[in-house]
Design a protein around this ligand. Structure first.
Ligand SMILES: Nc1ncnc2c1ncn2[C@@H]1O[C@H](COP(=O)(O)OP(=O)(O)O)[C@@H](O)[C@H]1O
Ligand SMILES: [Mg+2]
Length: 313
């Protein structure tokens, strides 16, 4: 990667005994949409808060465009926009007036400020409602005002923390479209989510995070290649599960076998021949099969394969 726009090296953060972020390192290229995908509590918000200079790390290093965060905090922060999950908007003021207020905090003034507020409202598709009070907005529209606020100072990197949680489908699409348009104009985007479909749709590369660690990082197709020829899920009544597991583990068609509660997940060289072999084994052992299916090659199942648990709680 030539001159990454963002480098994280061995980042760590604990809250008391809880190691929220364990030892995270990665690099992001200019112009990427980079996804941080993981379940609730995985450490996504803690990670991006450190990357954006909002939270001090216990250890490790962040560099933005080659500048070290700690030493150049103000220069670095000027390059960064952060859209947190919660942002206090004044409910009785319009979106326009809220944005004027945030713009002044960034030091914008006069005609330049009004022009930029109009631009960012256009980007998030709220120009027509700009003069309406925030308390008349849907949750999704408020979220879009958050995004507009994060863009006021023309950052080079935009962090979006789960921007579609609790958002109506119309705003969700508007958010996706704004992100894609901004990225086309050269903005680098770091997007956290626990929805695999969003990571699949938007992101060039995806880091899967669980329990404060990045357990995989690749393009979507690279991550899916980790499933070999595919996954086969076998549900079993308890009686013979141990013996079935033992024999399935030795099948030539199996690359890897994991045991979960009453289930076996087989990473196969090729799923159809694995299915046939599995049926042979269960038949021979007279084991009762409660489920047998080929799992879709998607991120949900990459996560299942890597962690033995489902991404959806
Ligand atoms: N300010 C805080 N004080 C104490 N614990 C925290 C704080 N922020 C996060 N945590 C804990 O750190 C872990 C990671 O949280 P977080 O980064 O918010 O995860 P995510 O954004 O992926 O849902 C969780 O166990 C959470 O409870
Ligand atoms: Mg979070």
């Amino acid at each position: 990667m030539c001159q990454p726009i963002l480098q994280a090296k061995s980042l760590k953060k604990s809250f008391g005994d809880n190691q929220a972020v364990k030892n995270i390192s990665f690099e992001i290229a200019r112009g990427e949409i980079f996804g941080l995908l993981g379940p609730n509590g995985a450490g996504k918000t803690t990670t991006i808060s450190m990357l954006a200079g909002l939270l001090e790390a216990d250890g490790g290093q962040v560099k933005v465009a080659g500048l070290e965060m700690g030493l150049n905090a103000n220069r670095v922060k000027a390059k960064i926009g952060l859209v947190p999950q919660e942002l206090a908007l004044y409910p009785t003021l319009s979106a326009y007036d809220n944005l004027l207020f945030f713009g002044r905090i960034y030091g914008l003034k006069g005609k330049q400020l009004r022009q930029r507020v109009a631009e960012v409202l256009e980007i998030v598709g709220l120009s027509e409602r700009a003069k309406d009070r925030i308390d008349s907005y849907s949750g999704g529209m408020k979220r879009r005002v958050n995004i507009a606020a994060g863009l006021l100072h023309k950052p080079e990197i935009l962090f979006l923390d789960e921007p579609t949680v609790g958002v109506d489908p119309q705003s969700r699409n508007a958010i996706f479209e704004s992100i894609e348009a901004l990225n086309k104009d050269g903005l680098t985007i770091i997007y956290t989510t626990h929805y695999m479909e969003e990571a699949e749709r938007l992101c060039n590369r995806i880091a899967i995070i669980d329990k404060g660690e990045i357990i995989a990082l690749d393009t979507l197709s690279g991550l899916i290649r980790q499933l070999g020829g595919g996954l086969v899920r076998v549900g079993l009544y308890n009686g013979k599960a141990e013996q079935v597991y033992e024999e399935v583990s030795h099948m030539p068609a199996a690359l890897e076998v994991n045991r979960l509660d009453g289930e076996i997940i087989v990473k196969a060289r090729e799923t159809r021949s694995a299915l046939i072999d599995i049926l042979d084994i269960t038949h021979k052992l007279d084991a009762q099969v409660t489920a047998l299916e080929i799992l879709e090659p998607n991120l949900e199942n990459v996560f299942l394969h890597l962690t033995g648990k489902s991404l959806r709680d």
